[in-house]
Unconditional design. Structure first.
Length: 117
């Protein structure tokens, strides 16, 4: 089953220098395990391919059912140096939530995941 990350989580983003920060928080506690499994450093790096000059770091916050990602080199130098439209990284959360996940049908039913339209 195809599932939109947008339907499983909400996200917030910001910046520090040339690094965008994206926090992804499960909408339901039982969905956190799926997010932790699917949102790997490799997967997030591929999702933002061509937008980063550095790597991706992931931090787990299971007590909050959340993951936090640092996207290094995402802001072309940061707010005071960049000519990018969003040099503060505010839209990276929206971009992250556009990710589509493939979930085995049985697991999707067991977790009551909403199918992508």
């Amino acid at each position: 089953m195809k599932v939109r990350l947008l339907d499983l989580a909400h996200a917030r983003s910001g910046d520090k220098g040339d690094t965008a920060n994206v926090g992804v928080i499960a909408l339901r506690p039982e969905w956190y395990g799926l997010l932790a499994r699917e949102l790997t450093v490799e997967r997030v790096s591929r999702h933002f391919d061509g937008m980063l000059t550095g790597g991706v770091q992931r931090f787990e916050l299971p007590n909050l059912q959340a993951l936090n990602f640092l996207l290094h080199g995402a802001l072309d130098g940061g707010g005071t140096l960049s000519l990018k439209t969003d040099a503060q990284g505010k839209v990276y959360s929206t971009a992250m939530l556009r990710m589509m996940l493939d979930v085995v049908d049985d697991e999707a039913r067991a977790l009551a995941l909403p199918a992508a339209p």
